[in-house]
Ligand binder design. Structure first.
Ligand SMILES: Nc1nc2c(ncn2[C@@H]2O[C@H](COP(=O)(O)OP(=O)(O)O)[C@@H](O)[C@H]2O)c(=O)[nH]1
Ligand SMILES: [Mg+2]
Length: 265
């Protein structure tokens, strides 16, 4: 007679996954890559996909509607951070329990969405980032411009030290969060520009959330990357500014609304 144990049988059917998953796509001229990005999302792993269009000049909006996505259009170009604010506001309104942000530029492998969500479900992390940088060779062979690679490495190392983390890529366009992260972080106070991303992660650390990452081999091609050297430089400098603000707040040298709870300024 088999011995009875309290362990569950790994061969039984998995429980129904609980918690609404909403994927958000901050889009800007994504018509040529949207279809491919969507095609790779495993069937049945997200409950809703919303695309927020930041006044694209191509037919991103028409295509997104045709593909059955929820579409929100900005009347004016608000910028990448402004776009994410709309994405997250909507996801919270829709009672999303897990929110996945993925660029619709086919740069990130959307097949990993359910894996990232599972890490959140298990409570291992509160934020999961897709790391494009597993090895230098892989990143460069994948087409990442060398200056972006080295700038990313340098900034990521500085951010890891400043924020006490060990992430592979602080500048990823693939991120998954538990609802509580978006409810807690005062992201509405963040910049509407690219530095939104750096502010968000510094806030996540400040508010005590657990950050982790999973490998997402990089795919670089013309449509997957539009940010030029000048904008990258501005992003790098403003990111260093965020780290300074984080420490100034932590050491109580200044009180920064970015790191204050939403009900306090
Ligand atoms: N909302 C918004 N997004 C933008 C703008 N310019 C670029 N983006 C988006 O910013 C994201 C990151 O830019 P990308 O060129 O892919 O950067 P890289 O892949 O890291 O080199 C992409 O999803 C772009 O669509 C803009 O003016 N507004
Ligand atoms: Mg890109």
């Amino acid at each position: 007679m088999p011995t009875q144990t309290s362990m569950s049988n790994p061969q039984t059917a998995p429980d129904e996954k609980t918690g609404r998953v909403v994927a958000v796509m901050p889009a800007y001229n994504a018509a040529s890559t949207l279809r491919k990005t969507l095609a790779d999302i495993p069937a049945g792993t997200v409950d809703e996909i919303v695309l927020v269009d930041d006044c694209s000049s191509d037919n991103t909006v028409e295509l997104a509607r045709e593909l059955g996505l929820t579409v929100i259009e900005h009347e004016h170009n608000l910028g990448y951070g402004g776009n994410q604010k709309t994405c997250y506001r909507y996801a919270l309104e829709q009672q999303a329990e897990f929110i996945v942000m993925i660029h619709p530029d086919y740069q990130y492998d959307s097949r990993v969405i359910p894996l990232a969500v599972e890490i959140l479900r298990l409570g291992i992390c509160d934020c999961v980032l897709g790391s494009r940088i597993r090895t230098r060779k892989e990143a460069l062979d994948g087409g990442m411009p060398p200056y972006k690679y080295f700038a990313n490495r340098l900034l990521t190392i500085v951010e890891n030290i400043a924020l006490g983390q060990n992430l592979g890529d602080f500048h990823s366009g693939f991120r998954a969060y538990r609802r509580e992260v978006l409810e807690t972080i005062p992201f509405e106070r963040n910049s509407d520009d690219f530095v939104f991303d750096s502010q968000f992660l510094a806030q996540a650390v400040r508010f005590g959330f657990k950050l982790g990452d999973i490998p997402v081999p990089v795919r670089y091609f013309a449509e997957a990357s539009s940010i030029n050297f000048q904008r990258s430089l501005k992003y790098g400098i403003t990111t260093l500014g965020v780290l300074t603000q984080y420490w100034a707040h932590k050491l109580r040298l200044s009180r920064n609304p970015l790191f204050q709870p939403t009900d306090r300024v």
